[in-house]
Design a protein around this ligand. Structure first.
Ligand SMILES: [Zn+2]
Length: 245
């Protein structure tokens, strides 16, 4: 009934939209959905690549432990309010829309055995009350039928702010802070697992999660995120916006 009196509003503006939890067509078309040549491994755009399948220099020089990562959107000025509305605002109404974006970018999610969200430390869970990565994994599970195991990984210590850290420092900060929950070990062994998170920046967190899952016997690990930092400018913006990744 409320929908009849107050029509659904866009997630990004005051514009009315036909379907709740979506955005208006012009903004939908303006979203950078990371089409075009992408690194086969980390999913970074390779606009100058003459072939659709290529591997970026960073992944060539140091192969990431995960098989591949894809993101639904570039993290930029347009997508930023969507991500922050979920992460800090706890707005759940866009989850179905986000799952659509993520599945379009990462059809391999449908073939996985298990979805595992990137964990937050329990102190953060206590203050914020939710893990937005677990919400995204749940939305993907609902759409695909692939089960989500939200407590498979645990953050054994708060990793603090990653602000201003370079790649090596970020990696060292988060490595070893993520472990498999003992009761999840059997569920993970021999399985193809897709990690789920809201934002991919340097990949240090996804790598730490991958390492823990592979050590627990996962057959392969892939990753999907809602948004990916593509340029240095957005990386700085995200570091300001986020306080725990
Ligand atoms: Zn790459």
């Amino acid at each position: 009934m409320a929908d009849l009196i107050w029509p659904a509003r866009s997630l990004l503006s005051d514009q009315p939209v036909a379907d709740p939890g979506t955005i208006e067509a012009p903004l939908w078309q303006a979203l950078d959905r990371l089409a075009g040549p992408l690194c086969t491994r980390c999913g970074i755009p390779l606009p100058d690549s003459p072939v659709p399948e290529a591997t970026c220099g960073a992944c060539l020089s140091r192969s990431p432990p995960y098989r591949r990562h894809r993101a639904g959107l570039a993290y930029d000025d347009l997508s930023r309010p969507l991500v922050l509305g979920l992460k800090h605002g706890g707005r759940r109404e866009g989850l179905g829309f986000f799952a659509t974006l993520m599945l379009d970018a990462a059809p391999f999610v449908r073939e996985a055995d298990l979805l595992v969200p990137v964990p937050v430390h329990w102190t953060r869970l206590a203050t914020r009350g939710f893990n937005q990565a677990a919400w995204l994994a749940q939305a993907l599970a609902r759409r695909t039928g692939v089960p989500s195991l939200p407590d498979a990984l645990v953050r054994t210590r708060a990793t603090g702010s990653q602000n201003g850290r370079g790649w090596d420092s970020r990696h060292a900060n988060v490595a070893g802070a993520i472990q498999i929950a003992p009761r999840a070990q059997k569920r993970v062994a021999g399985r193809t697992v897709v990690l789920v998170d809201d934002v991919f920046t340097t990949g240090a967190t996804i790598e730490a999660c991958t390492t823990a899952l592979l050590a627990a016997g996962a057959a392969a690990v892939e990753a999907v995120t809602l948004a990916r930092v593509v340029r240095q400018r957005e990386s700085a913006a995200w570091q300001q916006d986020s306080c725990d990744t």
